[in-house]
Design a protein around this ligand. Structure first.
Ligand SMILES: *[C@@H]1O[C@H](CO)[C@@H](O)[C@H](O)[C@H]1NC(C)=O
Ligand SMILES: *[C@@H]1O[C@H](CO)[C@@H](O)[C@H](O)[C@H]1NC(C)=O
Length: 365
């Protein structure tokens, strides 16, 4: 058939071995492109599986539709009949070792909070029961240096939006985070900040999310997925960095779950050669919210972390010997007019010394 096509005239010279081998090469090209990614080492880190993306899209669409009037819910002036709640979103890939401390933190405050857990299914994490019982949401694997951490946080936000319209703030924490104030203090701090900041005007809740620009190394983070790939959606001067641990208002939770435009870029895997600059979860949320509603964000995080002497992108991890009343008081202290409410990272064996301090220091403001 090939021989009768206009490109391959049927003269005897055209039946030469040279032509035959050219045809073979042409025919094998598609096969080459099919197999090359498996044979050659990949240029990028693993991408998010398409099936996970499809599941998320359906979930996020439902969560967006279920939150039609975010303006009313975002305002302290129009409280719905049940008191507004804080949704605590636990993002974890190992056991929730500090569950007993959180249990004590939540005790006596039923009706003012909800708990949601995204536990990496590959880690077979056992529910600690109590306030965590039945609060595990459908989860997918997460990895460092991968947008899967963003997906997991968005899944938690979507699940919490769908679950309870009274959820007004959404606090992301990990298994290494601990509270450093009482629940009552935390609740007042997030709900009263709006009224304090907007005296005289119609009060509006604000998100507590760190939003930094001009940090060293920011350019390397910006090009971690390749040169120019963030354009035109995100120019370098719109690109921000900040702690992954935020407390978002409901209207910002909806904005995050609704977003498709920036996610299209941030979901791209980093280049292998840029693995050391690959922390998409530290960029997606601050970039998105600073582009959409900078005035609705405080620009700082409520979760204290110690970067002194950090190694390989990990902050200082506190060991049992370091856990003292003085440390807790130091960790609360910030430069602003606010106090830190949570702190990280603590190694799991800090549970005993933390429990010893819980009633006398941590939950006493
Ligand atoms: C931060 O970590 C360093 C060790 O890397 C430690 O010496 C210092 O005391 C820590 N700071 C606080 C406030 O805990
Ligand atoms: C407070 O500000 C000082 C000086 O600007 C800085 O060295 C210190 O790290 C800041 N502390 C916190 C907790 O942000």
């Amino acid at each position: 058939m090939l021989a009768s096509s206009p490109c391959f005239p049927t003269t005897s010279s055209s039946r030469s071995p040279l032509l035959l081998s050219s045809i073979l090469i042409l025919l094998s090209l598609p096969l080459f492109f099919l197999l090359a990614p498996r044979v050659l080492p990949p240029r990028t880190l693993p991408a998010i599986p398409a099936s996970d993306e499809l599941d998320d899209l359906a979930l996020f669409r439902r969560a967006t539709l279920a939150s039609p009037d975010v303006r009313l819910l975002g305002s302290p002036g129009r409280r719905t009949s049940p008191p507004p709640k804080v949704a605590f979103l636990f993002l974890t890939n190992s056991d929730i070792s500090f569950a007993p401390l959180w249990e004590r933190f939540f005790r006596g405050h039923a009706g003012f909070f909800n708990v949601y857990v995204h536990a990496d299914p590959t880690a077979s994490i056992v529910s600690p029961g109590g306030v965590f019982h039945g609060r595990f949401i459908p989860a997918k694997p997460t990895q460092r240096a991968s947008p899967t951490l963003i997906s997991a946080a968005r899944r938690l936000l979507a699940a919490a939006l769908l679950d309870d319209p009274a959820n007004a703030f959404f606090a992301l924490v990990s298994q290494h985070c601990v509270p450093i104030h009482s629940f009552r203090f935390v609740y007042r701090a997030v709900f009263d900040a709006a009224t304090a900041a907007d005296r005289g005007r119609r009060p509006r809740y604000r998100s507590f999310i760190e939003i930094l620009s001009g940090e060293p190394g920011l350019w390397d983070r910006y090009v971690a997925r390749g040169d120019q790939v963030m354009l035109p959606e995100v120019s370098f001067d719109q690109f921000r960095v900040g702690s992954q641990f935020f407390v978002l208002t409901r209207r910002h939770a909806v904005a995050v779950v609704r977003d498709r435009r920036l996610w299209k870029k941030f979901r791209m895997p980093c280049l292998k050669s840029k693995e050391d600059s690959c922390y998409p979860e530290e960029h997606y949320f601050p970039t998105l919210l600073s582009m959409q509603d900078p005035a609705g964000c405080t620009g700082y995080t409520l979760t204290r972390v110690n970067w002194t002497g950090s190694v390989g992108g990990h902050p200082h991890t506190y060991r049992p010997g370091e856990v003292t009343a003085e440390l807790v008081r130091n960790l609360r202290r910030s430069n602003g007019t606010y106090s830190y409410l949570f702190a990280r990272k603590f190694s799991p064996d800090c549970l005993d010394p933390l429990m010893e301090l819980s009633d006398s220091v941590i939950l006493r403001d």
